[in-house]
Design a protein around this ligand. Structure first.
Ligand code: ATP
Ligand code: MG
Length: 262
């Protein structure tokens, strides 16, 4: 569905956030990225919609091919929903107005200066309904709880009718029960709609509970790629141990890992 082919991300001052990485994400799969702070999760995630332009390699999407022109990038981005840790909603606007923003990619710039049609409002309301927030449609979002805000963020991303959903630490600021509610809602909606999800998390227990596939990063390398039950405690300890030598040992000893370190 979407593929990183040999993609690396390098920032100024020679910071290599992601070493050349090849990954294929299947349609409808719920992928979770794990790794210590600075491991490269956001860099990988943002390379999937080219918010980070790959330093090497390319990104391929189904029906688009290599995303190498502005037109292809626009099309790819219009099909990619993004959910952020700090939801990035417009606080003085209603939930409905915020969700309608997800529809902007479907209209020309001048069109969005005018009230969006009823059909658009219906789509936005349906999306709010799917996250259980129809009753909050006309509420200003600065009056909503953290979990509700994140669900409005999901509704906004869904209003785009995405094929790919990218979520960077979507539950980082939520309590455990709310985190579970938000993740399980996100997962079930994505499954129903066949949306491929790539979600970065810091909570290993949530990753184990919700992921179809876990990809763990350390120092910009993929050091684990497999099913949640293949991720042993020993592996986890090493993934979160910041010493590069340890990571190299684990990469060398584990068949489920990519031989990325040389
Ligand atoms: N805009 C930037 N300019 C320079 N270096 C950056 C930039 N963004 C990230 N980095 C560096 O790239 C590396 C990977 O960062 P990234 O944000 O991808 O990690 P992360 O796994 O998402 O971390 P966290 O869990 O803290 O969000 C880090 O060393 C970070 O300092
Ligand atoms: Mg990050």
């Amino acid at each position: 569905m979407i593929e990183l082919a040999n993609v690396s991300v390098r920032y100024p001052k020679e910071v290599v956030a992601l070493h050349p990485t090849t990954l294929h994400f299947r349609r409808g799969e719920f992928n979770v990225l794990l790794g210590a702070s600075g491991a490269g999760k956001s860099s990988l995630l943002r390379s999937l919609n080219l918010l980070n332009t790959p330093t090497t390699g390319c990104v391929r999407a189904a029906d688009i091919g290599v995303i190498d022109t502005p037109a292809k990038l626009r099309l790819h981005r219009s099909r990619t929903g993004m959910i952020f840790q700090q939801h990035q909603l417009i606080s003085r606007q209603t939930a409905l107005s915020n969700v309608l923003l997800g529809r902007i990619g479907y209209h020309s710039t001048w069109r969005t200066l005018f009230p969006l049609a009823r059909a658009e409002q219906r789509i936005a309301l349906e999306c709010l309904d799917r996250v259980g927030l129809l009753h909050k449609a006309t509420e200003r979002v600065d009056r909503l709880s953290g979990g509700q805000l994140q669900r409005v963020g999901i509704a906004r991303a869904l209003a785009q009718k995405p094929r790919l959903m990218l979520a960077d630490e979507p539950v980082a600021s939520l309590d455990p029960a709310t985190s579970r509610r938000v993740l399980s809602q996100l997962k079930s909606i994505c499954r129903e709609d066949g949306i491929t999800s790539v979600v970065s998390l810091h909570q290993v227990d949530l990753a184990r509970e919700y992921a179809d596939r876990i990809i763990a990063l350390a120092h910009g390398h993929v050091v684990f790629d497999g099913a949640p039950d293949e991720l042993t405690d020993v592996l986890l300890q090493t993934i979160y141990d910041q010493t590069p030598g340890n990571i190299r040992d684990v990469v060398a000893s584990q068949p489920v890992m990519f031989p990325v370190l040389t």
